[in-house]
Write a protein that binds this ligand. Structure first.
Ligand code: XBP
Ligand code: MG
Length: 254
């Protein structure tokens, strides 16, 4: 880490702020398939394979090309993917608004401590902006979207993670150097994107990403931890702490 002062924390959303994939996005995709009369069904194992591709529309196209027999592939995949994705996003935001996706351990604690410490907050995610709004509103709390100075999400960049574009876009809007930030991610695609933008990165793994590669991570943890429920350090050194706090982040920032 360089000796620049830590100024901002940049959070990934899916898998990092909340464990949204298995019980959020996946059932939303399946609900959209059913609503549109498609006999497709993504079970947990297949969905884990499909997560190799980020972006819901891209994931649908990947499924069609890599998992459907040619005779079963719809014509005009581009339009079909867009139509499915529009329905899926409605299904997902409705699911989130029912309060079904709690934040992961330590996320709210660290966000609140960061705000008290004067650190700026941002989001860099592949997911659709409406999904971010719904998750922040219903899992972090009403009006908390305003905590994040920059919300870099979805199709605003040409290339999704593992490309660094979304993080580079966030850095430009923050007008900060990568070394003045720390990113929080959950997946191999995510750290390739954040490290590709030169941003030091903390990983909290989940069921789908435990086996991913996290080259160059500051630390790989079970989650961000809380005083009563310490996180488990998989890679790196938390200095004996039970959780990631602002003091630890400033120590990593050098
Ligand atoms: C995770 C993704 C997203 C979600 C689905 O994004 O890759 O595509 O799986 O959301 P991140 P959409 O980890 O960067 O938050 O269907 O809106 O893409
Ligand atoms: Mg993620």
């Amino acid at each position: 880490m360089s000796s620049m002062t830590l100024k901002a924390l940049i959070f990934d959303v899916d898998g990092t702020l909340a464990d949204t994939e298995r019980d959020g996005h996946r059932p939303a995709f399946n609900a959209a398939f059913a609503e549109l009369g498609l006999d497709w069904h993504w079970d947990e194992i297949l969905y884990g394979k499909l997560l190799a591709v980020t972006g819901g529309k891209e994931r649908i196209k990947y499924f069609v090309e890599a998992f459907l027999e040619p005779a079963l592939r719809p014509d005009n995949v581009e339009q079909v993917a867009a139509d499915i994705h529009r329905v899926k996003t409605r299904c997902y935001t409705e699911l989130v608004s029912r309060g079904g996706l709690p934040l992961r351990p330590g996320v709210k604690r660290l966000l609140e401590e960061a705000r008290r410490s004067g650190l700026r907050l941002a989001i860099a995610t592949t997911t659709t902006p409406a999904n971010v709004t719904a998750l922040l509103e219903h899992s972090l709390g009403a009006g908390t979207e305003s905590w994040f100075e920059v919300i870099a999400a979805g199709d605003i960049v040409p290339a999704k993670k593992p490309a660094p574009d979304i993080y580079l876009w966030a850095l430009e809007k923050l007008a900060l150097a990568p070394e003045e930030c720390i990113a929080f991610e959950d997946s191999g695609n995510g750290i390739l994107a954040s490290r590709g933008a030169g941003i030091p990165t903390v990983i909290s793994v989940n069921g789908y990403t435990l086996q991913d590669k996290f080259e160059g991570a500051l630390a790989v943890l079970s989650d961000l931890g809380n005083p009563a429920t310490p996180c488990h350090v998989i890679q790196g050194d938390l200095g004996g702490k039970a959780m990631v706090d602002v003091e630890m982040l400033r120590c990593w920032a050098g």
